[in-house]
Design a protein around this ligand. Structure first.
Ligand code: NAP
Length: 309
């Protein structure tokens, strides 16, 4: 019996079947033999098309899935057919998410885990290995944090918190997940980076450095693990409406400054990140590896266009 924290009925609930529709083509004017051949070719094409855009049969670990971008990723992967395990530190919040997912008919389990602690990471990967019979197709390293201060004011404790939550955790989870990803033969790792790894953002010097390290880890793993069929990519958001940035976005003048340098003139939603993550895990993206893709309304390419709203 796996030692994972799961809401009681969640493992037994079967995900709602997804029924894909294919465009209607009339074959009534074809000869019967041609019609039957057309139908079998069309059926196999439809089948391979729906497989390319599906996560059916895949297992996934998403860290930090109880709120924000991680929560959207968990649901997006499950909606596309994956069996998902997630983790967070707050047990009651995790419990209530798991209950909500059971009600939605998703097959999602979870562990209480602080990814900044090695003991917790090892326990998490044991849970995952046990639940998924040693095979992991998708690893989404989503957890990250920030402490907004000028860099000279960061204490050594704060330095350690940001480094261990944002980078050390990701590095070691990748190490621990490697045998499971390799066993799947078509593993996909997706990191949640940030535009802070590309451009300078106020009070985000150390956070930006950890995301820069994640970007290089993304590229290195793409090369180091290609021989095992494992791809590695990252998504780099600008402001997405989540609990992490709630406080800073409560200041009207600040939001106006943010929108001024965002060509699309608005903030992003978590599901605008999760859709890209799902795509990067699908067979449809099978030739994409080592890439860091910004989800930023154009902010990182803004240059000299100071006012967008
Ligand atoms: N929101 C943005 O504008 C934005 C922009 C660029 C990049 N990002 C990146 O996107 C990722 C997700 O951010 P978000 O805005 O969705 O954050 P969020 O709303 O604060 O959600 C964070 C999630 O991670 C979990 N978590 C936090 N620390 C953890 C830890 N040490 N161990 C395990 N779980 C932990 C939280 O649950 P618990 O608190 O219960 O642990 C929660 O489920 C981060 O890497 C962030 O840097 C966000």
């Amino acid at each position: 019996m796996c030692d994972a924290f799961v809401s009681p009925p969640s493992l037994l609930i079967l995900r709602k079947l997804q029924i894909s529709s294919s465009p209607y083509v009339s074959t009534s004017s074809f000869k019967p033999s041609v019609r039957s051949k057309y139908r079998s070719v069309h059926a196999s094409l439809s089948q391979s098309h729906s497989n390319r855009w599906s996560l059916q049969g895949m297992t996934a670990l998403v860290t930090g899935g109880t709120r924000g971008i991680g929560h959207a990723i968990v649901e997006e992967l499950a909606e596309h057919g994956a069996t998902v395990h997630t983790c967070a530190r707050n047990e009651s919040e995790l419990n209530s998410c798991l209950k909500g997912w059971v009600d939605k008919g998703f097959e999602i389990t979870g562990s209480v885990c602080d990814v900044s602690l090695q003991h917790d990471r090892e326990k998490l990967m044991k849970d995952v290995s046990c639940l998924f019979d040693g095979k992991l197709y998708i690893l989404v390293n989503n957890v990250g944090t920030n402490i907004r201060k000028p860099m000279v004011e960061l204490t050594s404790k704060e330095f350690t918190t940001i480094m261990s939550t944002n980078f050390e955790s990701v590095f070691h989870i990748c190490q621990l997940a490697y045998p499971l990803l390799k066993a799947s033969k078509t593993g996909s790792v997706v990191f949640t980076s940030s535009v802070s790894a590309f451009v300078s953002l106020k009070s985000m010097t150390l956070q930006g450095a950890t995301k820069g390290a994640i970007n290089q880890l993304t590229r290195n793993l793409a090369c180091e693990w290609a021989k095992d069929g494992i791809r590695s990519n990252a998504v780099a958001p600008w402001y997405i409406k989540t609990s992490m940035v709630e406080q800073v976005l409560s200041k009207k003048e600040y939001v106006e400054e943010v929108l001024d340098c965002t060509p699309l003139g608005r903030l992003g939603d978590p599901n605008e990140v999760s859709s890209l993550v799902a795509f990067l895990c699908m067979p449809a993206s099978s030739y994409i590896t080592g890439q860091i893709i910004c989800v930023d309304g154009g902010m990182s390419v803004n240059g000299f266009y100071p006012k967008h709203v």
